[in-house]
Design a protein around this ligand. Structure first.
Ligand code: ZN
Length: 358
């Protein structure tokens, strides 16, 4: 075989291998095998010395042509492979704007919060302020300033969570029923906020204080150790029981419906005199009596009364000049009465199937 044929054969195979190279690494291997220092083409060119002198110009020309066409093919193939490599990378890293976004599941407002907001809307609408207060209170603000007798059972450690009890025995356990004004506890009612408000502001006072309260009850269908109250306080000149009744009648109708009737039953609370409990006519039977209202036609919804003059005096307000009324409603109780809930614990379990119904 002549050098001519060798050269043509090399060119043919090289061009075919270059065209077949699917990536840059393979292409480089072809380049080394053909045109590298120890490549096929290089070794043929090294044999030029053995070519007879008359043939040398033609062989030289062909060799140059072969080398040029192989290098051209290598360059073109490299450029094509680099371009497709770039396109592949761009496609892989591209953001597909047509993909749907990641959605986070939306929560739902807790039923208790929505009832509190509804009550706030009502009272703000008639000129009340919403006041917040500490959840951790002293025994003075939770009981004493509200006219609670020293031996009242609600002060005992069985009915109140004590944080610090200065009257604790040597074993560190609280001794119940002993007055210690600076004992620290988790408030059992939001009424302490009323005392703070009376101490720090001058009448006229028109306020509500919604908030969390705590009592050492095990959670069961009718009790929660942590629940919510909305208490209200009005102190102004010439406030009468008529003002109390007008306000709470309007509130009851706003919360339960315009067709509902109310009933005021005498009751006892330490910080109000006179005191009463308010019932609303049963919405299930319309007042004729059914199982929901225990056949009475009425549902108990809140406690209220005229602020005891002692309470006003303790907070530095002159009961000869001012009078007022106070009321407290359990938010969980409103939820139960409105929606006939069989178990209070559903309100705090966070089950979306329950909450989404409201
Ligand atoms: Zn009924």
């Amino acid at each position: 075989m002549s050098v001519f044929d060798d050269l043509k054969d090399i060119r043919e195979r090289a061009l075919e291998q270059i065209a077949r190279s699917a990536d840059l690494k393979t292409l480089d291997a072809v380049r080394v095998a053909v045109a590298g220092k120890k490549g096929e083409l290089t070794s043929v060119l090294h044999q030029m010395g053995s070519v007879p002198a008359p043939d040398r110009p033609r062989v030289g020309k062909l060799a140059n042509e072969v080398r040029a066409s192989i290098e051209e093919a290598l360059d073109a193939r490299r450029a094509a492979l680099e371009r497709s490599e770039l396109e592949r990378r761009m496609a892989a890293q591209a953001v597909d704007v047509t993909l749907p976004g990641r959605t986070r599941p939306l929560g739902h407002e807790a039923l208790v919060n929505s009832i509190i907001e509804e009550a706030q809307d009502f009272f703000c609408g008639i000129g009340y302020t919403v006041v917040d207060g500490p959840r951790v209170e002293t025994e003075y603000y939770n009981f004493t300033a509200l006219n609670t007798p020293a031996d009242h059972p609600s002060r005992s450690a069985r009915d109140t969570f004590y944080v610090v009890d200065e009257s604790a025995g040597a074993d560190g356990l609280p001794t119940s029923g002993v007055i210690g004004e600076s004992n620290v506890l988790l408030r059992t009612q939001t009424s302490g906020v009323q005392v703070h408000t009376m101490e720090t502001s001058e009448p006229p006072i028109y306020m509500i204080c919604p908030g969390t309260v705590f009592r050492p009850d095990a959670a069961d269908p009718n009790h929660l150790p942590q629940f919510h109250q909305i208490e209200g306080l009005v102190v102004d000149r010439g406030i009468t029981f008529g003002d109390l009744k007008g306000t709470l009648d309007a509130f009851t109708r706003a919360m339960f419906g315009a067709d509902r009737k109310t009933r005021y039953r005498p009751h006892f609370f330490p910080f109000t005199e006179p005191s009463c409990e308010v019932d609303v006519s049963c919405g299930v039977c319309g007042g004729t009596g059914c199982r929901f209202c225990k056949h009475t036609g009425w549902l108990e919804i809140l406690g209220c009364g005229m602020v005891d003059p002692n309470v006003l005096r303790m907070s530095g307000i002159d009961p000869e000049v001012y009078s007022g009324f106070a009321f407290g409603i359990g938010v969980e109780r409103v939820a139960c009465l409105r929606y006939d809930l069989p178990d209070l614990r559903a309100l705090v379990q966070g089950d979306m199937r329950f909450i989404r119904q409201f």
